[in-house]
Ligand binder design. Structure first.
Ligand code: PHB
Ligand code: FE
Length: 326
């Protein structure tokens, strides 16, 4: 699909921004807010929260399951098509029959969301950065930040450090150690392979790798073993989406602390609050949604099962929504 297929207004509004249409959804922004409307209703969000969520949805190509931008608006990935919804996972909207959703081909929503992100992000703002490390998203149209908004997540095919997946970050690569991780040991492990196994054995310092991450809440894939993906990430402030998973995922808190607000995936009813400290491990069930709060920059390892069979196994009840029977 070409950019020509994106339905964007020819004229810009008073603040200098284009208006966009996707199916029956209409998107506009002004200095502070984003306005979303659909045949049965409309919604308002702060532009910073909207752009941070939109950035993840675009970079992760709609991710696993549900990406809630907030309690009303979001997307559901069907891996080829995407539902775009308002109020679908909100009990009040459902009861009032105000919820609305449309299924669109992935390329169509991908191109539209990319175009909105490009047009509405000013040069002062990086939606992937910690709020402490970027400028303001607000105000009238002021340039753009193409380098930031076109970042994709880093994905190793095997393991970082094995031949072909040498994504070790060093000063030379331009990735400097984050201000919050200056105390992280940068030494790399020494690898001594048995004769005949040279080039097949690899190791790297994951803490050093993560200490150089310039983004927040953006898991990279550092190892892939069949469908088992290790996706570590550095976190600061709030996960910009409320993630409703279609499978179980594991969290290993590698440093510092994150508090997770856990809600029922379909209604948004509060289920629990989980505070994870360094060394804690938990499994997030497949019938919840969650949002993390990280008061200091922290390191988190997200462990995903990437099998495309899982959503159906769970939806049909053939697999449990939790991983272990104690
Ligand atoms: C998640 O939804 O599980 C998730 C997403 C992004 C992160 C961490 C966790 O950085
Ligand atoms: Fe999640």
């Amino acid at each position: 699909m070409s950019v020509m297929d994106v339905q964007q207004s020819v004229e810009v509004n008073e603040e200098g921004y284009h208006e966009f249409n996707l199916g029956e959804f209409r998107f506009t922004r002004d200095e502070f807010f984003v306005y979303i409307s659909w045949p049965t209703g409309n919604h308002i969000m702060s532009v910073d929260a909207f752009l941070r969520a939109l950035q993840r949805d675009v970079a992760w190509d709609f991710f696993y399951g549900v990406v809630n931008f907030d309690g009303v608006f979001g997307t559901v990935n069907h891996y080829g098509t995407v539902d775009i919804f308002a109020g679908r996972y909100n009990e009040s909207y459902r009861k009032a029959e105000l919820d609305y959703s449309e299924n669109v081909e992935t390329p169509q929503i991908r191109e539209t969301f990319k175009a909105i992100l490009g047009d509405w992000t000013n040069q002062t703002f990086d939606p992937f950065a910690s709020p402490h490390e970027t400028g303001s998203p607000f105000g009238v149209k002021n340039g753009g930040n193409n380098a930031a908004v076109t970042r994709e997540r880093v994905a190793a095919q095997r393991m970082v450090a094995v031949p072909g997946d040498e994504q070790i970050r060093t000063d030379e690569s331009g990735f400097t150690i984050n201000r919050m991780f200056l105390d992280v040991d940068q030494s790399e492990p020494e690898v001594r392979a048995e004769p005949g196994f040279e080039g097949e054995l690899a190791a790297f310092n994951l803490f050093a790798y993560l200490s150089r991450s310039d983004v927040t809440w953006n898991p990279s894939v550092v190892s892939a073993c069949k469908d088992s993906l290790f996706c570590p990430t550095t976190e600061e402030y709030i996960l910009p989406i409320i993630h409703g998973n279609d499978r179980v995922e594991w969290f290993l808190q590698l440093s510092d602390q994150i508090t997770w607000e856990v809600e029922d995936r379909d209604t948004g009813a509060v289920r629990s609050r989980v505070t994870m400290k360094a060394g804690d491990i938990c499994a997030m069930p497949a019938d919840i949604r969650h949002q993390g709060y990280s008061p200091k920059r922290s390191m988190l390892l997200v462990w995903e099962n990437n099998s495309s069979e899982i959503p159906e196994l769970i939806a049909s009840g053939k697999a449990a929504t939790y991983p272990v029977e104690f």
